[in-house]
Write a protein that binds this ligand. Structure first.
Ligand SMILES: Nc1ncnc2c1ncn2[C@@H]1O[C@H](COP(=O)(O)OP(=O)(O)O)[C@@H](O)[C@H]1O
Ligand SMILES: [Mg+2]
Length: 221
C-alpha cells in the first residue's frame, strides 16, 4: 500500500486533444515549483510520443527529475519517488482519454485540463471533464494559446459552467523557443509575461493541493 505520509502530490495534465500545451505546462510547472522551493519534482511521461522525456534527456540541469517505468507500475513508482524525497509528481498524458489515461487519472490529487478557446476545443474539454468527474477528481481548466481577450473571456464563461479556471496562458513564442533549447519560459525569461502566467497557475495548483497556504489579506483588529 502507498505510504500516504511520504506520498508526493500528484498532478495529472490531461486533455482529449493534442497540441494544447500539456507537455509545455508540465515542464513549466515543474520548474516553477522548484523555483518556489517546493521541489524536488519528478516528471512522468505517459505519452508514447515521449516528448517530455525527450525534453528532459536534452537538459543538462539537474532539475526536475524524470521518473521512468510502465504505467502499470505507477503506484510503485510514485511511492518510490516519495521515499526518495520527491514532493511533487507531474504526469503528462497522451492526447486522448483512453482507458490507459483513466488509470493515470486515478492517481491524481489534482487534474489540470488545458484547452484552447475555440468551440471544438471547449467541447473536447467538456468530454475530458466528464471522465475526470466520474473518477471524482478535483480539477481545473487552463485556457492556453490565448490571442485575444474577447474570445478568451467568452471561452472562460462557457468553461466556468463546468468547473474552475486555474489561469489563462497567452500565445507566446517564448514557450516554443525555450522548449527547443530544453528549457522553459519560467527558466529562460523568469521576469517575462509567460513566466508570470505560469507562476499564477502554479500558485493556483499549489493552493488547491495544500502545498501552499492561500494568500490572505492581513487583518487588523
Ligand atoms: N502558450 C503557448 N504559446 C505558444 N506556443 C506554445 C504554447 N504552449 C505550447 N506551445 C507550443 O505548441 C506546441 C504544442 O505544445 P505541447 O506542449 O507539445 O502540446 P501537447 O503536449 O498538448 O501536445 C509546441 O511546439 C509548444 O512549444
Ligand atoms: Mg505532449
Amino acid at each position: 500500500m502507498t505510504d500516504q505520509k511520504n506520498r508526493p502530490v500528484v498532478i495529472v495534465i490531461a486533455s482529449q486533444k493534442g497540441g494544447v500545451g500539456k507537455s509545455t505546462l508540465c515542464a513549466n510547472l515543474a520548474l516553477a515549483a522548484e523555483q518556489e522551493g517546493l521541489g524536488p519534482v519528478a516528471l512522468f511521461d505517459a505519452d508514447p510520443q515521449q516528448s517530455l522525456a525527450g525534453w528532459y534527456d536534452d537538459r543538462e540541469q539537474e532539475t526536475p527529475l524524470l521518473a521512468a517505468g510502465a504505467i502499470g507500475q505507477l503506484d510503485a513508482i510514485i511511492e518510490r519517488s516519495g521515499e526518495a524525497g520527491i514532493r511533487l509528481f507531474i504526469i503528462d498524458t497522451p492526447p486522448s482519454i483512453a482507458n490507459a489515461t483513466d488509470d493515470i487519472l486515478r492517481r491524481a490529487d489534482f487534474v489540470l485540463i488545458p484547452t484552447q478557446d475555440g468551440r471544438p476545443d471547449l467541447r473536447a474539454a467538456a468530454d475530458t471533464v466528464e471522465r475526470v468527474r466520474t473518477l471524482g477528481k478535483k480539477f481545473a481548466f487552463v485556457l492556453t494559446f490565448i490571442k485575444g481577450s474577447a474570445q478568451a473571456a467568452e471561452a472562460a464563461k462557457v468553461l466556468s459552467r463546468e468547473g474552475q479556471i486555474a489561469s489563462l496562458i497567452g500565445h507566446r513564442m517564448i514557450f516554443k523557443t525555450a522548449w527547443n533549447t530544453a528549457s522553459a519560459a519560467v527558466e529562460a525569461e523568469p521576469k517575462g509575461k509567460a513566466a508570470s502566467e505560469i507562476m499564477e497557475l502554479w500558485r493556483f495548483v499549489a493552493t488547491e493541493t495544500g502545498m501552499i497556504k492561500p494568500t490572505k489579506k492581513k487583518e487588523r483588529i
